[in-house]
Ligand binder design. Structure first.
Ligand SMILES: [Zn+2]
Length: 391
């Protein structure tokens, strides 16, 4: 069976976030399962959706419980073992060879850093730098407008020495329907004046100016090219900051073409509901890769349709695995568990229907589970050797 082989393969999770190792009650855990700013959708209510079933069905056995126990019993067991031991079991059970963590603003003390994740949970972890957040930190730390872009570039280059990739959340800030051409110095300094004059004092600034966002991406592109790393782009599903119609990555094809000329790879994260557009982009630009992360831990049993859809026309050497797990180790476990099984189901069907040979199916599985990410992020060069970390 293809599944037996896939269960033995390394798995590289190229986009996720750190977890909290603090003890949680039901309400606190529910709040972490919802990205809405509406409190009404968090707390205990958050378990009454597919991710709640996923935790009870899949994570309960990983903590020695029967599947489908109540969420109360699950949380009792989680507390009995302790958040650290429960998280260790779940992360180990996900069988990941390595994980790349987007570190947000790098100042959230309750969330594990890559170093902390690796030392506490035992899975090798590398950092992915969030471009806009680093700019916001630099902007907060000084008032010298003229040198701001230079300081940002220097900071990003310095941090990139120890990172595996860069990430943009422009999808959350302006969407993709902006002029992505490189803005000139005059435009940038006018944009900075405009943005800085409205900055609230004492609070974290929020970058949402399209000219500054575009300039940051071009600075990031130079760093990415020098360091041989891709730029990840959040696409589609996320919290209520997302302007969904403007998240169609097709709007940004001009920028992806520019990056192709520069030799900078880009990865489209999540993509739902733009999975088909993402495949089209991956099929026409040699530098575009994609995944369906987030849907795997959060979707119901019907999520197999999304994974099937993601394999309609996309080149096999462009599909990546990610969980988009954040805050809770459960999300790593659910995502990896389901990804392996759904991928096996799809490929087994192809073999059974004589659409492809078994050897082809296994080669495709290897590409998606680890080879694509290993090559794209040059992980061997960063001292991550997936075959040494097979489940
Ligand atoms: Zn994410």
């Amino acid at each position: 069976m293809i599944l037996d082989e896939i269960l033995q393969m390394p798995l590289l999770d190229h986009h996720a976030h750190g977890v909290t190792l603090e003890e949680l009650n039901v309400a606190e855990m529910g709040d972490l399962l919802n990205e809405s700013s509406s409190r009404a959708l968090g707390g205990a209510k958050a378990f009454d959706k597919p991710v709640g079933i996923n935790i009870r069905a899949l994570c309960a056995p990983a903590l020695d419980l029967e599947p489908h126990v109540s969420i109360g019993s699950y949380m009792d067991r989680r507390r009995e073992l302790g958040a650290l031991e429960s998280s260790r079991r779940l992360v180990a059970g996900s069988g990941m060879s390595a994980v790349l963590l987007d570190t947000y603003d790098r100042e959230q003390e309750s969330i594990t850093t890559p170093q902390h994740f690796e030392s506490q949970l035992g899975t090798p972890a590398l950092e992915v730098l969030r471009i806009e957040s680093i700019f916001e930190n630099v902007a907060r730390s000084g008032t010298d407008t003229a040198g701001l872009m230079q300081r940002f570039g220097d900071e990003l280059s310095a941090l990139a020495q120890n990172a595996a990739g860069l990430k943009s959340i422009i999808a959350y800030r302006t969407g993709f329907q902006i002029d992505s051409d490189l803005p000139d110095d005059g435009e940038v300094s006018a944009a900075l004046d405009e943005w800085l004059k409205d900055l609230p004092t004492g609070q974290r600034p929020r970058l949402d100016h399209p000219v500054i966002c575009a300039r940051l991406l071009w600075i990031a592109a130079d760093v990415a090219r020098d360091r041989h790393m891709p730029i990840q782009f959040h696409v589609g599903i996320g919290d209520d900051d997302v302007d969904m119609p403007a998240n169609d990555p097709g709007h940004f094809s001009g920028f992806f073409a520019d990056m192709q000329r520069l030799g900078v790879p880009v990865t489209l994260l999540h993509c739902y509901p733009y999975v088909q557009t993402a495949q089209w982009l991956a099929d026409i630009y040699d530098n575009v890769y994609y995944d369906i992360g987030f849907m795997l831990p959060f979707g119901s049993h019907e999520i197999s349709r999304v994974l099937r859809e993601s394999m309609e026309i996309g080149p096999f050497h462009k599909i990546l695995y990610s969980s988009d797990a954040f805050s809770l180790a459960e999300l790593f476990y659910i995502s990896a568990y389901r990804f392996r099984r759904i991928l096996a189901e799809v490929l087994q069907g192809w073999v059974d229907n004589d659409y492809c040979a078994r050897a082809d199916a296994l080669r495709i599985a290897e590409r998606i589970c680890f080879l694509n990410a290993q090559e794209l992020y040059q992980l061997e060069y960063r001292n991550i050797h997936p075959l040494e970390h097979t489940p």
